[in-house]
Design a protein around this ligand. Structure first.
Ligand SMILES: Cc1cc2nc3c(=O)[nH]c(=O)nc-3n(C[C@H](O)[C@H](O)[C@H](O)COP(=O)(O)O)c2cc1C
Length: 351
């Protein structure tokens, strides 16, 4: 199947399947209310950093699309939402576009719409250093995302299954550009063991993209029509668990990004208290934009940030770093996960 058609399929199935009955594990995580909060709402500072890049808000729209004429308009609208809300935005994989030299306009449209926006490029872990650099140049990107998607490639009939080449290639991408390089999953999460391997290669920014929201295994299973693949919609590390693992592996200077089924400012706040520096969302933004329009997508993102700020007040956190230290209580399967990994429930990320 042609790459362009696949891009359209992904959008169609992401809308049709939604998050299913998957859950992030955040239902097992609760804040302690601070009845003596010293934080006035107008003193809350939600700015954060990804590497050396400063973001005015810790929420961004993660990789969705590009690479087919029909999706250019979606990228234009996403960039318009980014402009109106001041949030950053990642484009979908530019791997095909840099390989073929075609469809670049479907990505570059975001700069036309929002010349001063914060944008992240996106390529496969099998990209060559010069291809990754070309993806950054194509949109004047402020950061580069390199995606890991073994479950998707495994199930996708036309998937690239040369997994044995990934680590060697990643090592070559580590210093391919001046902008921060983010290693991201795509809905199956990251465990501490692999984050440590990536750190040993020199990477410092990790987007866990855990299980609980969009599932590419579910999308590819539907596309392939192979019944046995349907079980793989359950494959992955729930986002809360993945973040707990990432926070244990993280160096003080690392950047952790939470994503995978984050659908509200409440959940965004929970992931920051688990150690995240920023929070990303994809499937929900796409759904709101395509089913309800640009205005609703703007309001949705504004509400996420407003809820996050209110929770910062109620936990006594003036900054994102302070929210990272807010105490949490764990129950259910997430508490069992913490115990089975030999972690302490009261653990807080070291900075
Ligand atoms: C339609 C669609 C297309 C996507 N394409 C890409 C992609 O090209 N590159 C990538 O890194 N992630 C891609 N993703 C994955 C998202 O960036 C994100 O990691 C994943 O959907 C989990 O977040 P969510 O649960 O908020 O959707 C895509 C997601 C959707 C919904």
């Amino acid at each position: 199947m042609k790459r362009e058609q696949r891009k359209l399929d992904h959008i169609r199935y992401a809308l049709e399947l939604g998050d299913g009955n998957r859950s992030t594990g955040l239902e097992d995580v609760r804040f302690l209310h601070n009845c003596l909060t010293p934080v006035d709402p107008d003193r809350v500072d939600v700015s954060t950093r990804i590497g050396h890049l400063v973001l005015p808000a810790p929420v961004f729209m993660d990789a969705i699309t590009g690479g087919a004429a029909e999706v250019k308009e979606i990228n234009r609208k996403l960039a318009a939402v980014a402009k109106r809300t001041g949030v950053a935005m990642a484009v979908g994989s530019q791997y095909g576009a840099v390989k073929t030299g075609q469809q670049g306009d479907t990505f570059a449209v975001i700069r036309e719409e929002n010349p001063d926006g914060l944008f992240f490029a996106n390529v496969s872990a099998l990209a060559k250093p010069e291809e990754a650099k070309a993806a950054v140049d194509m949109i004047g990107a402020d950061a580069l995302e390199i995606h890991l998607n073994a479950a998707q490639e495994l199930i996708m009939p036309e998937g690239d299954k040369t997994f044995s080449l990934i680590k060697e290639n990643l090592a070559r991408l580590q210093d391919c550009t001046e902008v921060p390089v983010i290693i991201k999953e795509t809905g199956c999460g990251m465990a501490a063991e692999q984050i440590r391997e990536l750190q040993a290669m020199g990477f410092t920014c990790f987007n866990v993209a855990g299980w609980g929201g969009t599932s590419f295994a579910a999308i590819e299973a539907s596309r392939s029509n192979v019944a046995r693949y349907e079980k793989f919609a359950d494959w992955g590390i729930p986002t809360a668990w993945s973040l707990i693992d990432a926070a244990h592996a993280a160096k003080p200077w690392d950047t952790l990004i939470a994503s995978g089924g984050i659908r509200s400012g409440w959940q965004a706040a929970q992931t920051i208290a688990l150690g995240a520096d920023a929070v990303a969302m994809s499937g929900n933004i796409l759904t709101v934009l395509l089913q309800h329009g640009e205005e609703e997508a703007v309001t949705y993102l504004q509400d996420v940030i407003a809820d996050l700020k209110d929770i910062m007040v109620l936990t006594g956190s003036r900054t994102i770093r302070e929210l990272q230290q807010a105490p949490l209580v764990f129950t259910g399967d997430t508490l069992a996960f913490i115990q089975s990994r030999g972690y302490e429930a009261a653990f807080k990320r070291k900075r």
